[in-house]
Design a binder for this molecule. Structure first.
Ligand code: MTE
Ligand code: MO
Length: 306
């Protein structure tokens, strides 16, 4: 993912003693958590028996949000500089209702659900995160997309004055950060527009006030701090694909059999993980959600559509 620093170098690992302590603390709470945060229906789809929720301190401090810098610790340090109120979202393209909308008007009246999802970054680390959010379908339907809307595209805020990673020529990313989904992926019941985490408002570093979450795809699909939703008949050219098409595609479905050109995707480091005790585990097809989503890709060669 990273351009100036390969993802497998030890410096990017969480090595602190605190991380170990958090993990041990968490394991002690595991039994309580299993009983107390039991949730039904699709909320637990894909979770494996040994999945434990990643400590909140890690979820909110080990981030990728290049608008604030490329180091994992940069977003937590600098994302508070981003103003999220007021927040306006522009809806455009192939839909009946388009225009500029206040964020709170879009989500008004829609139920926020808790979904505990496995989360797998293309860099081969992973977490388990209790997100709060609204099924994307419920949000998009309000705009009445037309029949020829085959894809939906999302863009992140561009505001260099508040987003230091967008200043200057250091970054090779052509802002805004852009991502897209096929409409059937966007309407899948697992696809969530996230507004919170651990039962609280989403911290800026995690993509406030709202960000996408598609649990069977690599993390880069889950675009943060969205200000634009566009319905289109053409497959969007997403940021990482534009940057490095041989390494990142449009689909980005988690797939242990398709290696990244620079590393294997067969296994992942479940955080907290340290240099001395790397918490490796096998990566699962579609990140463990194959039963729910494999049908979406029936007949497609997933080594070609990566
Ligand atoms: N706008 C924007 N969205 C983004 C990114 C980014 O750099 N900018 N990074 C992506 C990547 S690579 C990952 S792994 C996830 C990280 O989400 P988290 O920090 O909440 O764990 O956000 C994704 N969304
Ligand atoms: Mo990522």
């Amino acid at each position: 993912m990273l351009i100036k620093q390969p993802p497998d170098i030890p410096g990017s690992e969480i090595t602190s003693e605190q991380a170990f302590l958090n993990r041990r603390q968490f394991m002690k709470q595991g039994a309580i958590l299993g009983a107390g945060v039991g949730i039904g229906g699709t909320a637990q789809a894909g979770l494996q028996a040994d999945d434990e929720v990643t400590p909140e301190a890690i979820v909110t401090s080990y981030n990728n949000f290049y608008e604030f810098g490329t180091d994992k610790s940069d977003p937590a340090k600098y994302a508070h500089e981003m103003t999220i109120d007021p927040w306006t979202v522009e809806v455009s393209g192939k839909a009946k209702k388009t225009g500029k909308f206040a964020f709170e008007d879009i989500i008004k009246g829609l139920d926020v659900e808790e979904r505990i999802y496995r989360f797998r970054c293309v860099e081969a680390w992973s977490m388990v995160v209790p997100w709060n959010g609204i099924p994307l379908k419920k949000i998009l339907e309000q705009f009445e997309p037309s029949g020829d809307a085959k894809f939906v595209e999302f863009r992140t805020l561009v505001r260099p004055a508040e987003m230091r990673g967008q200043r200057g020529l250091f970054s090779s990313i052509d802002w805004p950060y852009l991502e897209g989904l096929r409409m059937d992926e966007a309407y899948h019941p697992l696809t969530l527009m996230v507004t919170g985490v651990f039962g609280k408002d989403l911290p800026n570093q995690n993509g406030a006030p709202w960000r996408l979450m598609v649990p069977w795809k690599y993390g880069f699909k889950s675009v943060k701090s969205i200000v634009s939703i566009r319905f289109t008949d053409r497959q969007p050219r997403n940021t990482w694909q534009a940057l490095q098409p041989s390494e990142y595609g449009f689909y980005a479905n988690v797939n242990p059999e398709v290696s990244h050109p620079r590393w294997s995707q067969a296994r992942e480091r479940r955080l907290p993980s340290s240099l001395f005790a790397p918490n490796w585990r096998p990566t699962l097809p579609f990140n463990g959600y194959a039963d729910e989503v494999a049908d979406l890709y029936a007949g497609m060669d997933l080594s070609k559509f990566y």
